[in-house]
Design a protein around this ligand. Sequence first.
Ligand code: FAD
Length: 431
Amino acid sequence: MRYDCIIIGAGVAGLTAGIRCAKEGLHTAIISSGMSALHFSSGSIDLLGYRDNAVVYKPFEAIDQLTGTIAQHPYTKCGKPLIIEALLFFKQECEQQGLFLFDNGNLNHFHVTTLGTLKPTYFSQRSVFNEDVYSRFKAMKKIVIINFEGYRDFHPQLAAAQLSKHSLFANCEIVAKQIEMPQLQDDGKYPHEFRSIDIARIFEKEANIEKIADLIRLAAKDADFVVMPAVMGITNFNQIHNKLQSRTRLLVYEVPTLPPSILGMRIDNALKSRFAELGGVYIAGDKVVRADITDDVVNAIYTNSHPENPMEAQCYILSTGSFFSGGLVSEFDNMYEPIFKLKLHHEPERNKWYNQNFFHRDSHAFLQYGVLTDESLRPYDSNNNIIQNLYCSGAIMAHYNPIKEGCGSGVAISTGYKAAGQIINLLKRMS
Ligand SMILES: Cc1cc2nc3c(=O)[nH]c(=O)nc-3n(C[C@H](O)[C@H](O)[C@H](O)COP(=O)(O)OP(=O)(O)OC[C@H]3O[C@@H](n4cnc5c(N)ncnc54)[C@H](O)[C@@H]3O)c2cc1C
């Protein structure tokens, strides 16, 4: 089967690119070996949260400064107008699947983390942040942070203690509560083994919602806000959220949890469903292992499951992520990109890859390592030649630090969108 475009990797970058290509009518396939960073993420989309070790409130102004000073940064290669277009595209495509994202216009907002700190981000699901938080938080007198008995990956006392230290909540009582859910006992599972996904499945059963809502109401009846771990269902989360709020008559918010991230899974589901709805072909659980390249043009790629059957396309997008997802591989004294053996930006000496102090404000150098590309996001091979029909997007790219800059998904969305646009324009010119 020959495609117009094959995308390797189904994280935020690959799926954004896939949706854009499929929407333009390109015959598009995505091949992905496994889960993406979304399943481990907060589920909020960070655009640019920090610059020069300071919090960024106005991300687009900060992007203007950044693109004016760091020539190699993926945001510079995209440019601000395209970044804005890409974010709007992402938001609208998620909405098509009933996943509604809140943004604060030109400003970042701050979502509560599982540890009770506040983190700058750009898009959050509406059960995590929305207009009501802004309009009511100054008058807030009491927040109740709830956990469900048996769920080990959220610690409301810790979150409450941390949040209480923040000056924004100086006049607010913050209380931790645990509630028992009799339904947990029915599953025949030891009630101290629950993960976010187990609780989310309990929320998905319609018959349970009213009972859970009544328990929440009992625990938090005089609160202005109720905060709970993000377990309000994987598919029916809008209805569950609405029902919980209307029955408790309280404002109920979700906080990201330790993995598996239900918030991230909702985005993953929405993007994959949208891609399928647009006619995209999704090949799950197969790993691309090598490529056939002649005269700087990729002819075909080969996977683990079909080592002798070429998969061919006019253009390819490499969105395999960073070290975490296997897009980059590090050995004791070496690192490489495993499929195309692309040229990397990295320090050869291992002791320069990381900082001795794990929490150092400069973070770790390896987070900036990755594939080098030209302005069009095409990578260089080991001989410094540009591969003509291959484009890169997301965490595999060099010259940005998703942790230190708080820009992981923003870069993934912008570069995925741009890579798709490059291919769409190229194929239009050729037809
Ligand atoms: C644990 C963690 C948490 C994060 N949390 C956040 C957050 O809360 N907010 C935020 O904005 N950013 C976060 N980030 C930053 C993150 O890098 C980006 O947000 C973004 O999700 C990266 O997307 P990606 O598509 O580039 O790569 P990934 O999400 O890493 O996806 C890569 C995909 O490629 C596939 N793949 C790899 N190799 C192959 C192969 N050979 N063949 C086929 N498929 C392959 C993988 O299975 C995976 O599906 C987090 C990163 C990590 C690692």
